[in-house]
Ligand binder design. Sequence first.
Ligand code: PMP
Length: 366
Amino acid sequence: MIYNFSAGPAVLPKEVLQQAAAEMLDWHGSGMSVMEMSHRGTEFMSILANAQQDLRELLAVPSNYKILFMQGGAIAENAIVPLNLAGLGNRAQPATLDYICTGSWSVKSIKEAAKYGTVNVAADARTFSPDGKFSSIPAPSNWQLSSDAAYLHICTNETIDGVEYGFTPNVSMPIVADMSSHILSRVISVSDYGVIYGGAQKNIGPAGLTIVIVREDLLGYALPACPSAFNWKTVADNDSMFNTPPTYAIYIAGLVFQWIKRQGGVAALEKINVAKAALLYDYLDNSRLYENRIVKDCRSRMNVPFFLRDESLNAIFLSEAKARGLLQLKGHSSVGGMRASIYNAMPIEGVQALVAFMDEFERQYF
Ligand code: PMP
């Protein structure tokens, strides 16, 4: 049995891959692969409409929000967000853009946004964390928000550092959230946010598709320099067909949405995700060899970085894990150690297999 702990692109539900394989050469009797269809033909238009509708249902997206299927990934959105919102309410240019910095992905977002506005880092987790690193989410009471910010940007799950918001901030400006690595893993209230965005390649499908969920009253404020294909209003007005959308990635995402519905929806998956995370963190907290260094109530349910107290064992840990079918556990180079990403498609049996292996390894080598 293989269990893939990659941070992304990441494991997809086996049933989805099997269905895609079965439909690869001939989608529903059309005589074509989805990859070969015109994006404006009735077949693909139905795939897109169903994917959009299923995502709307799964996240209970209110009717005054648009769901956009775009390209460029979350890194492109780091520019697309200020390009679309810095002109909000005809603000003075450059507009003030508030950001909370909680990890490597926030750092990138902030750097990019600074090209389009005056960034105010309202709180940097390193100032407040006990170890001076990205190991906690700063309490909102410590945020120095601007009175005139166009929006507040947060990254609700930091994939590399392994911290996750367990709360939704209550602020006066629209919240823009990068949810790339935990979207659909927990119940959220979309109406608490102005914009939610994320790359698909963790909980949704293949790389190449970017999801944007945007409140309608935030459309129409793009800076004049915003490329048309990145202008949310243009994309919304053309129902994600202004340019050729990433058709095959949308098709797979649609299959994943159907799979989530069959599991009982986001609430049902959240329960399993809570159980999976508890199993792994409890094991880490009681081990002599391994440790997770994130403040407890800020720990990510999706991305679990951990260290071996004897780092000289790292290489053998990874090679023995691989031999046991436990793949892609090496931590991000900026953090070191190990990281187990346990997205929706990772069954609890995968986490049990990981813990069993880690325990055996500890007994043998430590
Ligand atoms: N934000 C977060 C939270 C991510 O996890 C990632 C990818 N790992 C990105 C942004 C960047 O995504 P992409 O490379 O698809 O642009």
